[in-house]
Design a protein around this ligand. Structure first.
Ligand code: HEM
Length: 272
C-alpha cells in the first residue's frame, strides 16, 4: 500500500515521509490498542470476546454505509447498481452469521470467568445495530423505548428517524411505478402479487428477491445469536437486564418486509 521506495543503505523498503504506509493508512497501532480486557486474573477468552464484538461493530458500520447508498439508489430508481450493493450487504451478513462459530469455541466455563465484569453492558445497547434495524424499516414507535439507555443514543437515533428507510424507498418505488396507491398491508400485498405473478417487471421482481434475502439473513443472524446465547448462559437473564433467551426468541418474529413473506402464501399455482 502506498508507493514504497528502496532504502539505499540497508536494501529494505521504506515509505517516504508524508506518504501512507500500511500501518499509518489503516491506523493499525490505534486499532490494536483498543482491546482492554477487564478480568483480573486475566480470563484467556475475554480477548476473543472483545475482538469478535468489535469486528461486528466495524461490519455494522460498513452495512450502514451501504444501506445509505442503497436507499438513495432506490429513490433514484437505479436498480442495477443497487443489486451489486445488495450482494455485498448479504455477503457481509453471511460472514456475520458464520462468525458466531468462532465465538462458540469459547466454553460457558471460560465465559463465566469474566461475564460478571460486563454488567450492565450488552449487545442490547448497540446503537449501530438499532440504526441498522431502523434503516432497513423497523417501525419507529418500537424504538423510542430505547432512548433512555444512553443519552448519545438519542441523538443518533433521532437523526436516523428523519431519513427514509430501505422499506420507505421500496414502497415509494412501487408508488412511482403505479403498482401501489396506498401503503396499507393489503394494498402492498396485492402490488407484490402483481410483480411476482405478472412477470413483466424483472427488475422489480429481482429487487423483491434481494429484499427478502436480506430480511432472511437478519433473521438467520438472530437465530444463530439466540442459539449461541442459550448454549452460553441457558435460561439466565441477560447482562442488559432482559429475560435473555426468552426475550431474544420474541425478536425472531421481526420481519421488515412481512408482505413479501405473506405474498408466498397467495402466489399462483397450487393453493396448498
Ligand atoms: C457469549 C456471547 C453472547 C452472549 C451470551 C449474548 C447475550 C445476549 C443477551 C442475553 C441479549 C439480550 C439482552 C440482554 O439482556 O443482555 C443479547 C442481545 C443482543 N446481542 Fe448478544 N450475546 C453474545 C454475543 C453477541 C455478539 C457477538 C453480538 C454482535 C454484535 C451481539 C449482539 C447483540 C445484539 C445486537 C443484541 C440486541 C438484540 C435485540 O434486542 O434484538 N451479541 N445478547
Amino acid at each position: 500500500m502506498g508507493r514504497v521506495t528502496k532504502d539505499k543503505g540497508a536494501g529494505t523498503p521504506s515509505t517516504p515521509r508524508n506518504e501512507p504506509s500500511y500501518s499509518s493508512y489503516l491506523k493499525v497501532s490505534e486499532l490494536t490498542s483498543l482491546q482492554e480486557p477487564l478480568s483480573v486474573p486475566a480470563a484467556h477468552d475475554e480477548m476473543l470476546f472483545i475482538i469478535v464484538h468489535q469486528t461486528y461493530e466495524l461490519w455494522f458500520k460498513q452495512v450502514l454505509y451501504e444501506l445509505e447508498k442503497l436507499v438513495s439508489l432506490l429513490t433514484a430508481a437505479e436498480l442495477i447498481p443497487a443489486f451489486r450493493l445488495f450482494d455485498r450487504v448479504c455477503e457481509i451478513f453471511r460472514v456475520l452469521i458464520q462468525q458466531i462459530d468462532i465465538l462458540e469455541t469459547m466454553t460457558p466455563t471460560e465465559f463465566n470467568r469474566f461475564r460478571s465484569n460486563l454488567q450492565p453492558a450488552s449487545g442490547f445497547q448497540s446503537t449501530q445495530f438499532r440504526e441498522l434495524e431502523l434503516m432497513v424499516g423497523a417501525p419507529q414507535s418500537d424504538y423510542t423505548k430505547f432512548f433512555k439507555l444512553d443519552p448519545e443514543w438519542k441523538n443518533t437515533i433521532k437523526v436516523r428517524l428523519q431519513k427514509p428507510s430501505l422499506r420507505d424507498a421500496f414502497l415509494k418505488l412501487l408508488l412511482q411505478k403505479k403498482l401501489l396507491k396506498k401503503t396499507d398491508p393489503e394494498s402492498i400485498l396485492q402490488a407484490l402479487l402483481k410483480v411476482y405473478d405478472g412477470g413483466e417487471n424483472t427488475a422489480l421482481h429481482n429487487l423483491c428477491e434481494y429484499l427478502i434475502r436480506f430480511d432472511e439473513q437478519l433473521l438467520l443472524w438472530r437465530f444463530r445469536h439466540v442459539q449461541m446465547v442459550e448454549r452460553m448462559i441457558g435460561m439466565k437473564r441477560g447482562t442488559g437486564g432482559s429475560l435473555g433467551v426468552a426475550y431474544l426468541q420474541q425478536t425472531l418474529q421481526k420481519k421488515f418486509f412481512p408482505e413479501l413473506w405473506e405474498a408466498r402464501t397467495h402466489m399462483g399455482g397450487l393453493s396448498y
